[in-house]
Write a protein that binds this ligand. Sequence first.
Ligand code: GTP
Ligand code: MG
Length: 270
Amino acid sequence: ENGRRGQGQDRHGKNGAPVIVPVPSGTRVFDADSGRLLADLMTPGQRLVLAKGGRGGKGNAHFTSSRMRSPRFCQPGEPGRERRIHLELQILADVGLMGAPNAGKTTLLKALTASKARVGAFPFTTLTPQLGVMGPEADREPLILAEIPGLITGAHLGKGLGHQFLRHLTRTRLLIQVIDLSFVDPAAPLAPLAMLEEEMRNFDPSLLDKPRLVALNKIDALAAEYPLEAVVQEYEKKWRVFAVSAMTGAGLSPLRQAIWEVFCKVGESM
Ligand SMILES: Nc1nc2c(ncn2[C@@H]2O[C@H](COP(=O)(O)OP(=O)(O)OP(=O)(O)O)[C@@H](O)[C@H]2O)c(=O)[nH]1
Ligand SMILES: [Mg+2]
């Protein structure tokens, strides 16, 4: 706000009132004109002054002297600074859950945490990132898990909903890739994972360097003749893989254990 001008009768002008904009932790503040990163607000309660309000003008009393007992002028208020800023939220979560639409990410999030997020029998039920907290357990600090909306081919170009949400994975320390086994063709078992990797590579290749776990989901829904063993073996060549049913809970405890282990290790190396 602009400062007000000084007043008569010994009164100073009012300073411009501050405009306080509350933002969630994880908000990055950019100067909209230069694109420069001004701050990364990571800590709750952190404050940043972006534009000072105008100082109020001095009142007539300030200008009195032996010659001028009652000056008829005062100082004008200063204008507040104007500035255009751009705010971007990058969620602060420990674990990112990613996968194609309808893969069962929300169901898994709810099975691992106390999240109340909505599950739907159709793609793109989740439209914004969903959070859940796992633990605390024994001497382990709780972990924050975040589901990002489903990714489809071209997500990095803005197809579907993926693009604007991939950035939320950048600050996670572990990725869980959720894959719906009913879309895994045993003849080309790694194809769904390759799609996710392609989107990660195109968005930010450093995402590929993060530790990750693969959850092959919906084992409860497989036909009796489905070659689950063979599919799991293909994944195991490169990844730590868990065949699970987010719905029935089958296979979830080894996955949960593996998540904790990753954080013990990450913690030690820091
Ligand atoms: N049979 C079976 N169905 C599952 C399992 N996990 C999830 N589903 C079903 O799959 C559908 C999609 O589940 P969600 O958890 O909403 O999937 P999502 O990946 O979060 O989907 P979007 O948010 O839309 O991308 C729902 O009908 C779930 O009930 C599972 O382990 N077994
Ligand atoms: Mg979902």
